[in-house]
Design a protein around this ligand. Structure first.
Ligand SMILES: Nc1nc2c(ncn2[C@@H]2O[C@H](COP(=O)(O)OP(=O)(O)O[C@H]3O[C@H](CO)[C@@H](O)[C@H](O)[C@@H]3O)[C@@H](O)[C@H]2O)c(=O)[nH]1
Ligand SMILES: [Mg+2]
Length: 238
C-alpha cells in the first residue's frame, strides 16, 4: 500500500459517540485523497478505544492508526505524540467531536496547493466563518482569548486559538520543538511562532458547531494556563 499524503491527527478523550461519525464524514469528503487517520486516545474511561478498534477493523489498519497513551496528558502533547507516527507529507489537526466538519479539509488542501503554503488554518473570525451553539460565557472566553493574543502579540492571523489546521509536516515538527505549551494554549503559541518565523499561512473560513455528544474538556486550569502562556510569549517578544 502507498504511503498516505495526508495524516489526520484526531485527539480523543471520551468521544465514543462522535468518533465513528467523524471518521465516516472524513471518508465521505476525502474521496480520492490519500490519507490516514491517527487516533491519540488518552485512556478515555468511556471506552473510546474499543470504538476506535472497531473502526480500525472496518476501515483497515493502513487507514486508521490507534496510538493511545496511558492517561490524560493534554491536547498539545497529543498532537506531538500523533505526529511521531505520521507518514504523510502534510498533517491535519482537528477535533474529533464534530465541531470541525471534514467538508472544510478539501478547501484547506486546495488553498495550500494554490499558494504553496506552509500552514492553512481554519478561521471562525473572518470572511463568513463563525461559531454556533456556544453560550455567551464560552463565546466570551474564546473571543477574549483571541482578542488578548491579537492585542499583545499582533500576529496577523484572525483565529489564533482554533485547532482546525493543515501543516507541512516538517513545519509542524519545527514549531512543536520550539513550543513550550502543553494544553489548549498550544494552538496559539504555534501560530504566533509560525508568523514570527515567516512561514506562509492561509486562512479558510469555517463554521464551528458546538458538540451534541459529550462535553468540552476546557476547564478553568486551561484558561489559567492560556493566560500564563500568553504572558510568557508577550515577555519573550518585548
Ligand atoms: N488525547 C486527548 N484528547 C483531548 C484532550 N483534551 C481534549 N481532547 C480532545 O480534543 C478535542 C477538542 O476538545 P474539546 O474539549 O471538545 O474542546 P472545545 O472546548 O470544543 O474547544 C475547542 O475550541 C478551543 C477554543 O477555540 C480550541 O482551543 C480547542 O482546540 C477546540 O477546538 C476533542 O476531540 C477532545 O476529545 C486530552 O487531554 N487528550
Ligand atoms: Mg469541542
Amino acid at each position: 500500500m502507498d504511503t498516505p499524503k495526508y495524516s489526520i491527527i484526531l485527539p480523543t478523550y471520551n468521544e465514543k459517540e462522535n468518533l465513528p461519525i467523524c471518521i465516516w464524514l472524513i471518508e465521505k469528503y476525502l474521496k480520492g485523497i490519500s490519507y490516514e487517520i491517527i487516533i491519540v486516545d488518552d485512556a478515555s474511561p468511556d471506552g473510546t478505544q474499543d470504538v476506535a478498534k472497531l473502526l480500525e477493523k472496518e476501515y483497515g489498519e493502513n487507514k486508521i492508526l490507534i496510538k493511545p497513551r496511558a492517561g490524560k496528558l493534554g491536547l498539545g502533547t497529543a498532537y506531538s505524540h500523533g505526529l511521531s507516527f505520521a507518514r504523510g507529507e502534510f498533517i491535519i489537526l482537528m477535533d474529533a467531536d464534530l465541531s470541525h466538519h471534514p467538508k472544510f479539509i478539501p478547501e484547506m488542501i486546495a488553498l495550500q496547493q494554490k499558494y504553496k503554503l506552509d500552514i492553512v488554518t481554519g478561521t471562525r473570525y473572518k470572511n463568513g466563518g463563525g461559531v454556533s451553539g456556544w453560550d455567551l460565557k464560552r463565546k466570551t472566553i474564546s473571543k477574549g482569548a483571541n482578542f488578548l493574543a491579537q492585542f499583545l502579540l499582533n500576529p496577523g492571523v484572525s483565529d489564533l486559538t482554533g485547532s482546525f489546521r493543515l501543516y507541512k509536516k516538517e513545519v509542524l515538527a519545527t514549531l512543536i520543538a520550539e513550543s513550550v505549551s502543553k494544553g489548549y494554549v498550544f494552538q496559539m503559541e504555534m501560530m504566533f511562532r509560525a508568523k514570527k518565523s515567516g512561514y506562509r499561512i492561509g486562512e479558510v473560513p469555517i463554521s464551528f458547531v458546538d458538540r451534541f455528544f459529550g462535553e468540552s474538556k476546557l476547564g478553568s486550569q486551561e484558561i489559567v494556563d492560556y493566560a500564563k502562556g500568553l504572558l510568557y510569549l508577550f515577555a519573550i517578544v518585548w
